[in-house]
Structure formats: C-alpha cells, structure tokens
Design a protein around this ligand. Sequence first.
Ligand code: S3P
Length: 429
Amino acid sequence: MADFILKGKSRTFRGEITPPGDKSISHRAVILGSLARGKTRASGFLVSRDTLATANAFRSMGIGVEVNAGEVEISGNGLFGLEAPREIIDAENSGTTARLLAGLLSAQSFPSTITGDSSLRSRPMSRVTVPLRMMGAVISGEGDTLPLRITGSELRGIDYGTPVASAQVKSALLLAGLYAAGRTSVTEPERTRDHTERMLRYFGVPVEAIGNCVSVGPGVEFSGNELEIPSDISSAAFFIVAALVNPGSEIIARNVGLNPLRTGALDILREMGADISVENRRECCGEPVGDIVARHCPLRAVRIEGESVSRAIDELPVISVAACFAEGETVISGAGELRVKETDRISAMAGELSKLGADIRETRDGMVINGTEELRGARCESRGDHRVAMSLAVAATRAQGETVIGDAGCVSISFPEFFSLFEALGDGK
Ligand code: S3P
C-alpha cells in the first residue's frame, strides 16, 4: 500500500482486538529456539517483515524455521549448531535483528556479514561493536554503521557499564556471553525490557539480575520448549490512544504483554487522566499478560522524563499524538534515543503533526506539545517508519477533512493488519 487515506468523518473506536504478537519476544523466540536442542514451538508469533528477517537469518545458518499462521516451529541444533550463513545476513529494517545477531555471531567459529536497508544502515552500531570488541570480537570496519563483517572468535566475559539504556545492547552482550570464557555482566543506566533474560530462564539458562546489572555464564546447553507469545503492547498502544481521544470509544485489547519494563505508556497515559484498566492478569511463559480496557476521557498535559522514557520508548510517537489533544503543555525530555530509531522520530512527529496543524516543536532530546481541540486534514509522510505511520493515522481521526499518509505500507514492519483493524474498530459501530 502506498498511501492511506482517512476520510474526515468522526469516528468512535469500539470493540475487541487481539493485537499481533509481541515483536521483541517473537525475535527472541526464533533466536533462542535456534540455539536450543530440538523443537521449539511458539504460538502468537508475529509474522511481519522484522521478525521474518530474523527467521531468514537463521534459515541461512541451517536452522529449520517454519512459520504457519501465527505459529513458528524452530528446529534448533544446540548452542554450537549454527552453520556459516549461506549469504550476507540482511536484517532489513530491524535493529533488533542486526544488534542481537552481532552479539551472537561474534562468538561463532565462522565469519559472517550483517547488513540492512538504508534506514538500518544509518543507525548506530558502535553501541554493540565497542563492548563486543572488548570481549575479543573481531569486527571489521572503523565505522559506526552496517555492514558489519564479523570474523567469529573466542570471547571472554566482561563487566560492562553501557552508556545507553538499550535492551538490544544488553541482549547482544548476553548472547555473546553464552559463549564467552568467564561471566559477562551488563549494567544499564536504566533498566530496559528484560525479555531476553526472562526467555533464557524459561529455557533453563541461569541469568543473574541485581539492580541494573544482569549477567550470564558460558556453555549451558538447553532444550526446545513450547512458548506462548503475548500480544504486543506497542501495537495495542495505537488503539488505546485512538479510543482515549475519540468521544464514545471503548476498546478491549486482549492478551497483551504487561512486562513492567514495557508498560510506561500505560503509566504516562494514566497520569494524563486516561481511563485505562487491566483485567485477567496472568503469567504466560515467564511474562505477565492481561486484557487492557481503554475508554474515551479528557486528557491533561504531563512531563515525560527519566525512567518512564525507556519504559515507553516505542510508544512516545503515539503519546505525542495523545498530547495534541490534552489540555496544557506536554514536555517530553531525555528521549534523544528517538532520534536514532527507524527514522528520527522527534523530527518526524514534530514535522508531520505540524502539517496537521498541531502545536508541537522539537527540542534536542524531546518535544513540547500544546493541546488543541482538533487538527486539520493534510498530506503527511510516514518517512518509512511504521510507528510514525500508525501514530499519524491515530492523529488523523481527530482531524477535520481528509488526511493522506504517504508510504503507509511500512506498517508491515510490525503490524501488517493495522489498517484493516483500524477501519473495522474505528467505524463507530
Ligand atoms: C527492542 C529494544 C528497543 C526498542 C525496539 C525493540 C528489543 O530498542 O526500541 O523496538 O527488541 O530489544 P533499544 O534497545 O535500542 O532501545
């Protein structure tokens, strides 16, 4: 799909949605399933461009990865069972694929090369190559970007304090640490999503966590397992905000992952006065899960900073949309990481929402947004970023007149059915 056109009619969002599987957990299911011995079956698997890039990478390393309607079956060959990849690994648009595989491949006994699309080739990789080289990895090129040419070598564990709060960095080092001599420890400035740690433990691999420091030791072989992947809170967030800002709306998002390091958006929206509740809380394969109910209600401005930024990092674009309709001035700061996502999300949200008449300006590491009653329809651009495209669709529900979102097909990166569900739930019935 090239453009998405949203007619300027008032919408209410009503009904139930089971958002697609969690993207972060889906990547990790393929990675750890490939390193396990025997079959791993994961239901709820997200079938999207990002996760298929990870699946293809492991296929090219001799692993059977079969994807069937929301389920993936991986035939792992054990910790030392990967083969040299048959081709250059193309992580496409996926930072998680590139960075986690950089860690894993640094420790293999064969060379490999990782590349990606033009967006990913412009994103920083030194955050993983610097600590991996400290572990003894041989990665060619002085540059900070893909392609990375990895020789494959024997690693040693390190005790690393990472300057960026990044689950991708932490996970890359933990995966490398499974092969390194001695322990590998990573200390983060703020805790980030711990799906890798939880899934490793679920597979029976001991992971120690004390405060902001996590560590693994080498060499523990593990067996394949059954996994149930919850729905992605980052995908649910678009429908939650659409319901909050459109009068008469009420939606239930079922079976959503509620890992406390991922629920920052719910906390921020509640602080804005949102009517959000959680039902049916339960635990699934080591991850908390529940159903989220969101109802329309007036919102007020907030300050978003500190640890809530990393707990809501992927939801800040759609939170900036919520802030457009909140009373007062919302200030987001300490979110400079948004500038190195699939696109510069600070510049993208400020620039594109301005086209719709929003009162929003960018700062070095965030945005300042003054709420308004209504936006006006216009042509805007996704800039090739799936979360920007979906956030703009939510903004357009409160814009007078027609809105066109250019290059909206990029939603297939994380949420291929987004627009059909959006039309189905947002028709007011
Ligand atoms: C992810 C971690 C986050 C997040 C990304 C997925 C992961 O990135 O933004 O969408 O699966 O580990 P950083 O770790 O770079 O912040």
